[in-house]
Design a protein around this ligand. Structure first.
Ligand SMILES: C=C(O[C@H]1C=CC=C(C(=O)O)[C@@H]1O)C(=O)O
Length: 473
């Protein structure tokens, strides 16, 4: 990426902007390759989710990811550059596309501020081939036309615009000018805060029998086909009023401040949203961090009961085994890339509003030439959502579960031009469209797993989403 030492705010006139775009167009004309021009500014503090909700259009693709406890949030919508891929090498294809794109990107503004420059947003489904009729391809990536992000006290707004050798510069500069004017002084009206919010009613339908699937999986584990498999349920809800995916997301982020709240919209009315506790991988300044999260128990009724539940999870041989399978696989896969993985010897308890998990954070410095997407391609799907051995378990999931996973348990994240980025695992999630939602909820199955207990665990996980689908009272 070429970064020009211009501060858009210092040359703030439509004429100056058009003159700058003309320079970018001259570069595009010299080699016949379109440029992506990324113009960032620092703006007054904004809540990116409020901005996204204020300008939400079901017909516009968007991406949103927030970690409330870390005070980071990034939103982007509409498309400046777009890519889709299928197949086992989809992350490698994405790497090539991203390299080429950033190679012909010209950026100005606070690119070194957190979330300052252009970002590529990625939604990779659980599987590498989408089934017919699925709302998202196996991998979608895009650079948005506009992006608003917050990191601590700093809010940035970025307008991205493709400049072709024959682009109409007046129209482009007008569009960027309007976007900056809008985000530079964004005003959010009070919406319908006073409107009565009746509880929603819905019909609930589940077309498969989870307990039977668990029993069948345990038999296959006992027969030696695989050691661990993660099986999910899909709960279909039809509400009596339309659901607003970003309002549901607002409830989720408030209830789960320590999780990644996310929304990916395909621009055709379907949004995949959730609050995931699991980071697949984050790279900042050449260091990779990932979460090993597996093994679950309920929260207690009162501090004593909660501590007792946590202690029994820590002591549960079945859950420790389930956790160890994930840790071993994550280490093995990262070691094939030459990473020296560091982690504590014992997991810790990670307490969320509805459940507690066994958690082992891992970190490693990336060797020269190894990048975030290499790690993502190795790690996804970890046995926290797939199974072990990976191939045998993943091959059995579709058949045992009885529905396509789509983005559930997929890899969702963002990347910048400096090699940094972050991917979360798309669990604790739902596909929302109009007045319908499909909720996904899974659990790891190992030898000795009991169908009723696994069912109860998926109920607990799904309940958080069910609560968030109700309007705030
Ligand atoms: C697959 C899910 O959770 C995974 C992540 C953490 C703990 C899990 C467990 O204990 O089974 C699952 O492996 C899900 O929530 O749908």
């Amino acid at each position: 990426m070429k970064v020009l030492p211009l501060q858009p705010a210092d040359h703030a006139s439509p004429e100056a902007l058009q003159a700058f775009l003309a320079q970018c167009q001259a570069a595009a004309q010299r080699d016949g390759r379109e440029r992506l021009v990324s113009i960032g500014i620092t703006v007054d503090a904004l809540d990116p989710l409020a901005v996204l909700e204020a300008i939400y259009e079901p017909g516009h693709p968007h991406f949103y990811a927030e970690h409330p406890s870390n005070a980071t949030a990034i939103a982007g919508a509409e498309i400046a550059a777009h890519f889709t891929a299928e197949g086992a090498d989809r992350f490698a294809q994405l790497q090539r596309w991203t390299d080429d794109l950033f190679d012909r990107t010209i950026a100005v503004g606070p690119v070194d501020a957190p979330f300052g420059g252009p970002h590529v947003f990625v939604a990779a489904a659980f599987g590498d081939q989408a089934e017919a009729g699925e709302p998202f391809p196996s991998l979608t990536a895009f650079v948005p036309r506009w992006q608003v992000a917050r990191a601590g006290a700093v809010t940035t707004a970025v307008a991205n615009v493709p400049v072709a050798p024959d682009a109409d510069l007046a129209a482009l500069s007008e569009r960027v000018w309007r976007a900056h004017a809008r985000f530079g002084a964004f005003s959010i009206a009070g919406a319908d805060a006073a409107a009565p919010r009746e509880p929603r009613h819905w019909t609930r339908c589940e077309s498969t029998d989870y307990r039977s699937a668990v029993s069948a999986a345990v038999e296959r584990i006992n027969a030696g086909e695989f050691q661990k498999i993660v099986l999910a349920r899909a709960l279909d809800l039809q509400a009596d009023t339309a659901l607003h995916p970003l309002q549901v997301l607002d409830s989720l982020r408030q209830r789960f401040p320590d999780c990644f709240a996310f929304s990916v919209a395909n621009g055709k009315g379907q949004s995949f949203i959730g609050a995931s506790p699991e980071r697949l991988g984050r790279v900042s300044q050449g260091v990779l961090e990932a979460d090993v999260l597996a093994g679950t128990i309920r929260r207690g009724r009162g501090a004593m009961d909660d501590a007792a539940a946590g202690a029994s999870l820590m002591a549960s041989e079945k859950d420790r085994h389930e956790h160890q399978v994930v840790l071993d696989s994550v280490k093995r896969r990262l070691e094939t890339l030459g990473l020296a993985v560091e982690h504590a010897t014992e997991p810790v308890l990670r307490k969320l509003a509805n459940v507690q998990h066994l958690h082992t954070p891992v970190r490693a410095r990336l060797p020269e030439g190894v990048r975030l997407l290499d790690a993502v391609a190795q790690l996804h799907p970890t046995p926290a959502v797939g199974g072990s051995p990976r191939e045998a378990a993943v091959a059995a999931i579709r058949d045992l579960e009885g529905f396509p996973r789509g983005l559930y348990a997929g890899a969702i994240g963002w990347m910048n031009a400096k090699g940094g980025g972050e991917f979360l695992v798309g669990i604790r999630s739902a596909l929302v469209e109009g007045d319908r939602a499909r909720l996904y909820s899974g659990a790891g199955i190992v030898a000795g797993s009991e169908p009723d207990k696994e069912f109860a665990e998926t109920e607990l996980k799904a309940q958080a989403l069910l609560n968030a689908l109700q309007p705030p009272q």
